[in-house]
Design a protein around this ligand. Sequence first.
Ligand SMILES: Cc1ncc(COP(=O)(O)O)c(C=O)c1O
Length: 383
Amino acid sequence: MVNNVSVLGHGNPVIASTAYRQWSRLNTNSRFNFNAVAEFSERLLAKVPKNLDTVFLVNSGTEAVDLALRLSKAFTKREDVLCCEESYHGWSLAADAVSTSTSDNPQAAQSRPAWVHVVDAPNDYRGTHRGEGAGVRYAEDAARLLHQLERDGKPIGTFIAEPRNGNAGAIGTPRGYLNAVYATVRNHGGVCIADEVQVGYGRLGAHFWGFEEHGAEPDIITMAKAMGNGHPLGAVITRREIADALAAQGAFFSSSGGSTLSSRIGLTVLDVIESDKLQANAAAVGQILTDGFTELMNKHDIIGTAHGMGLYQGLEFVRDHVTLEPAAEETRAICARMLQLGIIVLPTGDRQNILKIKPPLCFTAESARFFLRMLDKVLREGW
Ligand SMILES: Cc1ncc(COP(=O)(O)O)c(C=O)c1O
């Protein structure tokens, strides 16, 4: 239930033969331009809003985030970055600096550099603002911080966020938030990065990218994980003027990022996602999970809420529906029992009380029903 990297599933024969063919022929420095690099970049551009026209190919999500932050800094000539609580963006110095999740880095708050500023996680289930209108209220809080930082002589150059907090358990960004924060950041001369490393690439079913859920358009998109089906591959997509700002500081290149092999694999992953209709599968099978969770929620008090959509879902366990006390120990016990029944599922989030559900996109209806049956059994047994 936890493999958002191998989107096509394990041992995919089409990927294996693509890799064999390309290795048998040529695999070299992506500093040289090969058809595969151009073809793959163009296929990616066909998937993003029209005003984004420049692709950088890298090896991982961390590299993509690091490069995105560098691009934004070069373009805005500003150091300061705004990010959200309970987020993860990677392990490099810059990506780690904007990673706030205490489950990923218990020292996150103490090790944070002065150029990183943090707003509340926009969570309308258990956050500062809840229910209807929460998105607007969270966005107002962000605007207040932006004004304050500008007055303090530290104007924000970059806003980075996952369009849906995948790391915390597919928690939806409340309606109105993303567009409002993007507008405020841009009004203050900043640039907006959508980190699609987890939620992008068709996993949400209804949308290929997470930002599409909000009708929002980022200035920079970072992506990885699913792109290579496990082969190291990531990308940053942005506008030419932003890319040019970095070019003025020196040429970007990565010896193996976007190599001939990686680009061929990237193209093949997109081919299979399309030919096997995996985004539609994510929507259809995801709906079975959503309906199943609604049923389970009526039967088992421990389920507080179900987050997510498509094949990115998070089932949140609480001890009390009013206090929302996180049921972390119970979540761990449920995962342990599920493992005995043949299902790998893990807790996620800063409170470790959410089941992270992100199987490969070839996940079948039969598997979804089996998972729901086993979960029902475990919840009936108790822990
Ligand atoms: C949202 C997000 N961004 C960036 C990264 C970093 O990607 P990678 O592990 O490929 O370096 C991750 C990894 O989990 C992630 O979830």
